[in-house]
Design a protein around this ligand. Structure first.
Ligand SMILES: *[C@@H]1O[C@H](CO)[C@@H](O)[C@H](O)[C@H]1NC(C)=O
Ligand SMILES: *[C@@H]1O[C@H](CO)[C@@H](O)[C@H](O)[C@H]1NC(C)=O
Length: 288
């Protein structure tokens, strides 16, 4: 695991994670979609838990669909020996040429680091994996995982620190996620075929059930889609909708460089073995 770090940066980051905004209520915002009682909404709608045992995992989805937005969720991941478990949190549209923005947390043996796996699909094509270690133990406490999705860019952030930017690269022929409304989905499932050390470490079922915790979902700044295929979206957020043009300022870019330098463990845009004939076009827009 990467070790170099700056304690002053870390202090700033911890402070920003404490600024989690007004909590939405899970009873109003999500539907539990599978798991036969293994997913639970607790504390009057403030807390949601997903669990996984040998028979099944569990999951939920948002009631709303979005066409652009800024979404935050606080998640506390499966503690202890979580090897083989995958906790996923993502946006996805329907159909065979779907769009998707993924956070997936790959569990590990006690004391070994989780991997945060990210991916972006546009019109059904993904293969854009980037993976990170985290600069904290994601099972100790809740941390905020955010997606900013506007017409120019998608920014993945952790506790307010950007870790990945996927820019609109339509000008060089890469389809962008801008026509298909997406819902939020989350699930806890058995991924031990591939998740931990590439699938070598399997789930220890004597430790089941495995549980992940969610709170403070925030979609207050978003364009909400209504009316099915012929629907339309209505946007909230500041009256000028500045977030629709939001980009990384120099401070945020510096933080992102710090994460990518010290904590990134895989970047498809550096994987020459996988792309011997040249990297995907959007890689030319990535500076790190
Ligand atoms: C699990 O721990 C091992 C050993 O430290 C590490 O190589 C691996 O990247 C960690 N994460 C996953 C999900 O395999
Ligand atoms: C940079 O952006 C971050 C995140 O949006 C914000 O909190 C910060 O105030 C901005 N800094 C400057 C110098 O504009």
């Amino acid at each position: 695991m990467a070790s170099s770090s700056s304690s002053s940066l870390i202090t700033i980051f911890l402070l920003s994670s404490a600024l989690a905004a007004c909590a939405a209520n899970f009873y109003q915002n999500v539907d539990i979609t599978w798991g036969d009682g293994r997913a639970k909404i607790l504390n009057n709608g403030d807390l949601l838990t997903l669990s996984l045992d040998k028979s099944s995992g569990s999951g939920f989805q948002s009631r709303n669909q979005y066409l652009f937005g800024k979404m935050d969720m606080q998640i506390k991941l499966v503690p202890g020996n979580s090897a083989g478990t995958v906790t996923s949190y993502y946006l996805k549209s329907l159909g065979s040429s779907w769009d998707e923005i993924d956070f997936e947390f790959l569990g590990n043996l006690s004391g070994d680091p989780y991997i945060l796996h990210t991916n972006v699909f546009s019109e059904g094509k993904g293969n854009r994996e980037q993976q990170f270690y985290l600069w904290f133990d994601p099972t100790d406490n809740f941390h905020t995982y955010s997606i900013l999705w506007n017409p120019q860019r998608i920014i993945f952030s952790v506790d307010g620190i950007p870790i990945r930017e996927f820019k609109n690269a339509e000008s060089i022929g890469v389809p962008y996620l801008k026509n298909q409304p997406m819902r939020i989905y989350s699930s806890l499932w058995n991924g031990d075929q591939w998740a931990t050390k590439g699938g070598l470490v399997k789930i220890d079922w004597t430790k089941a059930p495995f549980t992940a915790f969610y709170r403070n979902f925030n979609d207050a700044t978003a364009c909400f889609w209504s009316g099915g295929n012929a629907g339309k979206s209505s946007c909230t957020g500041s009256s000028d909708h500045a977030w629709m043009n939001e980009q990384l300022n120099t401070t945020s870019q510096e933080k992102m460089r710090w994460v990518r330098k010290n904590y990134m463990v895989y970047n498809y845009c550096n994987d020459i073995k996988r792309f011997p004939l040249g990297f995907p076009a959007e890689c030319s827009l990535l500076k790190t």
